[in-house]
Design a protein around this ligand. Structure first.
Ligand code: DGY
Length: 326
């Protein structure tokens, strides 16, 4: 029987290509070009599987133009690039890469929180620019992390991992807001207390966003929400661009209605709102939440393992919709 064809929408570790080549004809994206939707559709012709990253959109138009497609495996836990209802209707399997990136992403969330509260980027730029001529009592004085109140919006696996770091490592008081309440056992493990969204905004010294991006969470943090935060508060977004209204945030940072922000994700990635580039009180990273070598390898292998399972008739590892084979 001839092998199925799998398109790699982006470049990935050679060992992953090697693994997929055991079961399929693999079509690689040699120079890691970010294809337009039209280019993606053109390359997907005759392919039964696709290996995607969070930036590759599989929507109704793609599905319609690629009737041979059977499975899309995302090398990301977030899957807002997938139109799941349309994929299900078309009998196309969707998989993501959860769990393997939880701790690494929580580490980055905490790094951003600390860098933001203690003004690391701002002070490093000052030093590198040769402007450091003397010590002074309030030079780059920021806010404390230990003993402060950590607010978490979205309390899935990554939110819980951040809560544990804050409560157990830094003696923070942890409050959270989520669609559903954690079990008593998990609340105890995370030492976290459920509050309303307005309580969260008003009480958090440091607010970390870890919720999925959906129609409902679009601009969950906009001008009105920023106005409810403490003027000394910091905001960290490691979830998805679009959850924060970047223009409103740039304005709040400029006017210092909140103290600072740490952002790993942006509304128009890889473009960054010009207002955010102008203000000093923001730490900016280019969507590197899960970017440790072991974790990126684990994510890529999990996506590949789903493709291998699909094409060898085995159960999927992390399916997001019903498997039409069953
Ligand atoms: C994810 O897995 O959703 C990350 O944002 C990709 O790095």
């Amino acid at each position: 029987m001839s092998k199925p064809h799998i398109l790699m929408a982006r470049a990935v570790f050679p060992e992953v290509i090697e693994k997929l080549s055991q079961v399929a004809q693999v079509h690689v994206n040699e120079d890691d070009t970010v294809w337009s939707q039209a280019e993606l559709v053109a390359r997907l012709q005759g392919k039964q599987g696709v290996f995607t990253t969070g930036g590759d959109r599989i929507d109704q138009a793609v599905l319609k133009a690629c009737p041979e497609l059977r499975i899309c495996a995302n090398m990301a836990v977030g899957y807002n690039n997938f139109d799941i209802p349309s994929m299900t209707a078309a009998g196309v399997v969707a998989t993501n890469a959860p769990d393997v990136l939880t701790e690494t992403t929580a580490d980055l969330g905490f790094a951003l929180l600390m860098g933001t509260a203690r003004r690391l980027s701002e002070s490093e730029h000052y030093l590198r620019a040769g402007r450091w001529t003397k010590w002074s009592f309030d030079m780059f004085a920021g806010s404390d992390i230990h003993g402060s109140t950590l607010g978490i919006l979205g309390m899935g696996r990554i939110g819980q991992a951040i809560a544990r770091r804050g409560a157990l490592g830094f003696g923070m008081k942890v409050i959270y807001h989520n669609r559903s309440r954690l079990s008593q056992e998990l609340e105890q493990q995370c030492q976290a207390r459920l509050v309303s969204k307005s309580e969260l905004l008003a009480q958090a010294d440091h607010l970390v966003l870890v919720l999925p991006y959906t129609r409902e969470s679009h601009h969950a943090i906009g001008a009105a929400e920023l106005a409810q935060m403490k003027p000394t508060a910091t905001l960290v977004n490691i979830a998805r661009g679009g959850i924060v209204d970047d223009a409103a945030l740039a304005q709040a940072l400029k006017q210092r209605t909140i103290a600072a922000a740490g952002l790993d994700v942006f509304e128009e990635e890889p473009k960054v709102h010009p207002g955010l580039l102008e203000v000093p009180n923001v730490v900016l990273t280019p969507h590197i939440g899960s970017a440790s070598i072991p974790t990126r390898k684990a994510m890529a292998h999990l996506a590949a393992d789903n493709l291998v399972a699909f094409f060898t008739g085995k159960p999927l590892l992390t399916a997001l919709n019903p498997d039409p084979r069953s």
